[in-house]
Design a protein around this ligand. Structure first.
Ligand SMILES: [Zn+2]
Length: 270
């Protein structure tokens, strides 16, 4: 439903999402995206020549303006990280923000053709770019990534990544490789990262994760065999945890947090 180049009146309310570099632009120290009018954004008219509509929340459009690498327009404007704005948003605005950033990143990185190097043009009926010379067409990249919560009797497997220095333990996750099914990706990733086998694999739910263009596909699984053997480049530590002795885990706005809570509920039902 992404629409492009819409004209929007000055006084009509909307959720305006403004990006500068990889940050969200806010006014007067706000920490989230609020309903406002185009006039209240205090931006030049030129910034509205290329507005994207990415969603509707509460019957209000979610509109995107990209300042790119321009400096901030005034001292009243500040930037905050996309991640923190998403954490301060409800589920629908969370999705709109994810979509907004992925669309913005796509348009920034597809200005020239990957096949012949000519300038790409935007297509006006869908979010895509097309080469003016060789007609090569590009769509926003989506990278599927499996994420899995593994249960063994009354315990859950949680791991700490080598890149996560905040002490948090989470579910295992990894990108799907070319030519691989989602299920094969789960079995391969689990075995590569911690050296165990899983069974009873069930789809749980999915979540777009715009850092930068993942689609997290969540699964539940049960332990089938093997000893935990962390892959040292990716996993600093991995253990079976009792439901009442959990380490620091991800918040429930993330699919990892949902998967962990659901698995704990399954353990408690036993
Ligand atoms: Zn081309």
């Amino acid at each position: 439903m992404i629409e492009q180049q819409i004209i929007f009146p000055h006084d009509q309310p909307a959720y305006w999402i403004v990006f500068q570099r990889d940050q969200v632009v806010v006014l007067n120290q706000q920490t989230q995206v609020n309903v406002s009018t185009r006039r209240e954004l205090l931006l030049d008219d030129a910034h509205f020549s290329d507005v994207l509509k990415v969603a509707e929340v509460d019957n209000l459009p979610c509109l995107v303006v990209d300042l790119g690498h321009e400096s901030l327009p005034s001292e009243q404007h500040q930037t905050v990280s996309l991640r923190s704005v998403m954490m301060n948003s409800d589920a629908r605005l969370f999705e709109a923000l994810a979509r907004a950033w992925q669309a913005t990143l796509f348009l920034r990185t597809h200005r020239f053709c990957g096949q012949c190097g000519s300038r790409m043009q935007r297509i006006d009926w869908e979010l895509a770019t097309q080469c003016s010379r060789c007609s090569h067409r590009c769509y926003p990249r989506i990278s599927p990534c499996v994420i899995v919560a593994i249960r063994k009797d009354k315990q859950i497997l949680l791991a700490q990544g080598t890149r996560h220095t905040n002490g948090m333990y989470s579910t295992l996750a990894g990108f799907v490789e070319s030519g691989e099914t989602l299920e094969q990706a789960v079995h391969r990733e689990v075995f590569e990262e911690v050296g165990i086998r899983v069974t009873n694999l069930r789809y749980f739910s999915s979540q777009p994760w715009p850092f930068p263009h993942s689609l997290m596909v969540g699964f539940l699984a049960d332990y089938a065999g093997g000893e935990i053997t962390p892959e040292p480049k990716e996993i600093a530590d991995a253990k079976w945890f009792d439901a009442d002795k959990l380490p620091l885990i991800p918040p429930t706005f993330s699919i990892a947090g949902h998967l962990i809570q659901h698995t704990l509920a399954l353990i408690n039902e036993q």
